[in-house]
Every structure is written in C-alpha cells, then in structure tokens.
Design a protein around this ligand. Structure first.
Ligand code: ADP
Ligand code: MG
Length: 325
C-alpha cells in the first residue's frame, strides 16, 4: 500500500474529474461552485459533520443542529452569496426523540435567522460494525443567490489581506474542553465553538469589492494558503494585527498564536482587496460593528511568510486542520 493521501490530496487525486461543458462552472476548489441557471447565478456548497469528529461526543444536539447549517452558510458567505435554501441528509444510529427535538430546534433557529428554507433531504440509519460505535452524520447542501460571486482565485500582488472578527476562539474552547489546556472553558469561547456566526452580510458587502475570499474553517494559514494557491501569489502576514477576543487575550502568547494561525472552526472570513478600498472597508466595519483587521499583503513571490511587526519572519511550525493528517 502506498503512502496514505491527506484530505486535500484525496480531493486532488481522486475527485478532480473536470467539468462537462454542458453545465459550465468554475469547478472544484472554491467555497462554493457557481451554476448559471437562466439569468440567476446559484452558489452551491455541501458540508458534512459527524458526532465525534466535528462535535464532542456529548455535544448538545441543539448546537449540532445550529452549527451544521451555520457552517454551510459560512461557505455561502465566503462566495458573497445570499442564502436561499438547503437540503439535509441525516444518518443516525437510533431514533431518539429528545435528541431530534433539540437538533431540529437549533437547525430551525439558524434557518429562520438567515432566511434559508429546508427543501428536502434524506433520513437513514447507521449501524454498528464490529465494536465500532455507529456514528451520527449530518450532511447539508446549501444554495444561495449571487451576482458574480467571490472565489479563492483573484488575489493580486499589492492587495491587502483582511480577517473579520476574532479567530482562534473556537480552537481555544476545544483545547479547554478536552483538557489539553488547563482551566475551565470561558463562556465567551464556548459560544464561539458551539454557535458560529456565518458572515453573510459581510460576504454580501464584499461581493463586488474583494478580489478573493474564503471562510476560516481549517485555520487561517491553511485557508489563506488556498487563496494563495488558487491565485498564484504569496503573502506576508502580520499576526500581531489580528483582533483578539478578551478571553483569548488571557492565554499565553505562543498558545494564542497557534490558535489564531492554525485553529479552525471560527467561520470568520479572510479576504483580499486593493489598497484603494481601505476607506470603504473601514467604514463598513464601523457601520456593522464588526472588527475587520488588516493583517498583511499579497506579494508575487509564491510563499507565505509570517512576520513580526518590523517585518522579520517568524519561523512557524503550525499546520492547519486536515482530516487525514
Ligand atoms: P470548505 O472547507 O470550504 O468546505 P474545502 O477546503 O474542504 O472546502 O474543500 C476544497 C474544495 O474541494 C471545495 O471546492 C470542495 O467543494 C471540494 N471537495 C471537497 N471534498 C470533495 C469531494 N469528495 N468531491 C468533490 N469535491 C470535493
Ligand atoms: Mg469554506
């Protein structure tokens, strides 16, 4: 048996099948695929999550329902699209009315908050194989409407790099909750892990302005890395410019940096935009009371350097999340 491929090697090697010309789209590699149906451009994304992989085994089903939809809406936001509808495929080891009641209440709140209608899906049972516990797996496909749409390609040398909100919070919550960091998990961080806010309005604002965009599900370095690869550029990153939550500010510096650069699950947006747009972006941040941090620059040299404020590169050994690494 050869070396086992990583998550992204799996996608590249086995599932980059190309796009038949009958229904043109930009293909695999962005947060959403765009399909032109009549005069309407539809953004489509699908995300799977499993209890035990994406949620702790004892996660409150309400938060599972809320978050399962929120992470899909985050991909729609990264594409600059407005959520319209979703499909739900649910694979469960058992029919537990209490679990289903809470799951559906969380899902329903996210759906009504973001005006997204459940239009269909599938419900099935998973079974135990040997002594392996049967998992609960939730797959959602979400559809949004978009004018042109944002992709991970399009970043140009000289563009600024921006990040919304605070990042590292969900990762810090996971570290506290799993005992990898000592102490109780601050409520502020727990909320960020359980109930992420898809940046739908920000995505709509950025759609005509940003040159590239992605949501941060797997860590800033990794998700910015996707933008760099798709755009054929590099970056200089200044992590000291990142906004930090009050709770994460209490964490020792090295841990905080690891959480901010490599921790996933915050579902903030990382985007690039020409320098001339700084006033518009700052005005939006003030208007919407959402912090937008300018954290670096796109360069033509195809590497990603993490730097101190004076420009000295920091040796960086953090890697983002990959399911098979
Ligand atoms: P995201 O985290 O935004 O959901 P990923 O970075 O995980 O997206 O995936 C990268 C790209 O690969 C996306 O365009 C996604 O749609 C695509 N992709 C992931 N898994 C598969 C698969 N099994 N088959 C086809 N495309 C896939
Ligand atoms: Mg994404």
């Amino acid at each position: 048996m050869g070396e086992r491929p990583s998550e992204f090697e799996i996608i590249e090697r086995y599932f980059s099948l190309g796009v038949p010309s009958a229904w043109p789209s930009q293909g695999i590699g962005d947060d959403c695929a765009f399909l032109d149906i009549g005069a309407t451009r539809v953004a489509v994304t699908t995300d799977t999550s499993a209890i035990g992989t994406h949620y702790l085994p004892d996660a409150d089903p309400w938060t599972v329902g809320y978050k399962a939809l929120a992470v899909n809406l985050s991909d729609l936001a990264a594409a600059g699209s407005t959520p319209r509808a979703f499909f739900l495929a649910l694979s469960l080891p058992q029919s537990d009315p209490d679990w289903l009641e809470r799951f559906s209440a969380g899902l329903k709140l996210a759906a009504s908050r973001y005006h997204c209608a459940l239009l269909g899906g599938d419900t099935t049972k998973t079974v135990r194989i040997g002594d392996q516990c049967a998992p609960a797996v939730i797959t959602i496909t979400a559809l949004g409407e978009v004018k042109k749409g944002l992709t991970r390609g399009g970043a140009r040398p000289g563009d600024d790099i921006w990040v919304s909100g605070t990042i590292g919070d969900a990762y810090a919550a996971l570290m506290f909750r799993t005992g990898q960091w000592a102490g109780t998990c601050p409520a502020e961080l727990a909320r960020r892990m359980d109930c992420p806010t898809p940046r739908v309005e920000l995505g709509e604002f950025l759609e005509p302005l940003a040159s590239a965009c992605a949501d941060i599900s797997d860590g800033l370095l990794q998700d910015l890395g996707h933008i760099l690869k798709r755009s054929g550029v590099g970056a200089r990153l200044y992590p000291e410019a990142l906004a930090v939550s009050d709770a994460l500010a209490q964490v020792p510096h090295e841990r905080r940096l690891q959480a901010q650069l490599a921790g996933g699950d915050d579902y903030e947006l990382v985007f690039t935009a020409p320098e001339a747009l700084r006033p518009d972006i700052v005005a939006y941040a003030v208007r919407s009371r959402l912090s937008l941090s300018r954290i670096g620059k796109i360069v033509s040299e195809k590497n990603l350097l993490v730097c101190k404020p004076d420009g000295t590169p920091i040796p960086c050994r953090f890697a983002g999340f990959d399911h098979f690494r």
